[in-house]
Design a protein around this ligand. Structure first.
Ligand code: AKG
Length: 205
C-alpha cells in the first residue's frame, strides 16, 4: 500500500475543506464489495410535473430510526454492511465523528453526474462535517459560493481520485454549493460515499 498523501486544506469565507489523498486502506477491495453487495437503485425525481430518472444509482444506509430526505426522496434506510461499518469506524478514528448514515452514489461513467446543491437538510447536525470517500474513476468536484461573499472569492475545482477522503467542515454547507459535472471522456465507474450525522431528534423519530 502506498502511504497516504499529506492532508490538504482549503479555507475561504464560509468554507473549510480537508482532503486526505489516498486515505482508504484497500480502495479496490472496498469498491468491488460495494459494487456487489449494495442494492443499487436508479431513483426518479418529479420536477414541475415531469418525472426524470436520476443520472446515477444510489443507496441510503443509516442506523434504525434515522429519517432523511435527499433530492426530495424519502427512502427507507438500508442496514449497515460489514465494509461500510469498517469505513465508518476508520472515519471515527481519523475525524473523531461517528456518523449514523451514508448516502452512496454510483456514477456508471462520465455521463452520470450530480447537480449543484448543498447538504443542508434540516435533519443533519449542523456542527458535524460531511465526509466524502471516493472510489474508482477520478472526477472533478466543484464548489461555488451561494452568493458573492467577498471580492476575490473564486469557485473551487478538486480532482477526487481512488481512495481520497474529502471532509467538508461547517459552515461550508450553509454558504457553498457543490456539484459533480458530467465528463464525456470518463468511461470508468466511480463510487462516492458521503457520511453524515443525522441529529438525535430526527434520528429518534
Ligand atoms: O460524488 C460526489 O463526489 C458528490 C456527492 C454529493 O454531492 C452528495 O452526496 O451530496
Amino acid at each position: 500500500m502506498e502511504p497516504a498523501g499529506e492532508i490538504q486544506r482549503w479555507q475561504a469565507p464560509g468554507l473549510a475543506l480537508r482532503l486526505w489523498p489516498g486515505w482508504a486502506d484497500d480502495p479496490g477491495v472496498q469498491m468491488s464489495l460495494l459494487q456487489q453487495e449494495i442494492p443499487w437503485r436508479q431513483e426518479s425525481i418529479t420536477l414541475f410535473g415531469r418525472t426524470h430518472p436520476l443520472p446515477r444509482l444510489t443507496c441510503w444506509v443509516a442506523d434504525p430510526g434515522c429519517s432523511y430526505r435527499y433530492s426530495g426522496l424519502a427512502n427507507e434506510p438500508q442496514p449497515w454492511s460489514e465494509p461500510l461499518r469498517q469505513i465508518r469506524e476508520a472515519l471515527a478514528a481519523t475525524l473523531g465523528w461517528r456518523f449514523n448514515s451514508v448516502l452512496l452514489n454510483r456514477y456508471r461513467d462520465g455521463a452520470d453526474a450530480m447537480g449543484w446543491h448543498a447538504d443542508d437538510e434540516a435533519e443533519l447536525e449542523p456542527q458535524a462535517p460531511i465526509a466524502s470517500l471516493s472510489l474508482g474513476a477520478t472526477r472533478s468536484f466543484r464548489l461555488r459560493p451561494r452568493a458573492p461573499l467577498a471580492e476575490g472569492v473564486r469557485p473551487i475545482s478538486l480532482e477526487l481520485g481512488h481512495g481520497d477522503l474529502l471532509v467538508m467542515d461547517p459552515p461550508t454547507q450553509q454558504h457553498w454549493l457543490h456539484a459533480l459535472p458530467r465528463r464525456r471522456r470518463v468511461s470508468q465507474e466511480r463510487l462516492n460515499l458521503t457520511f453524515r450525522l443525522i441529529r438525535a431528534q430526527a434520528a429518534s423519530g
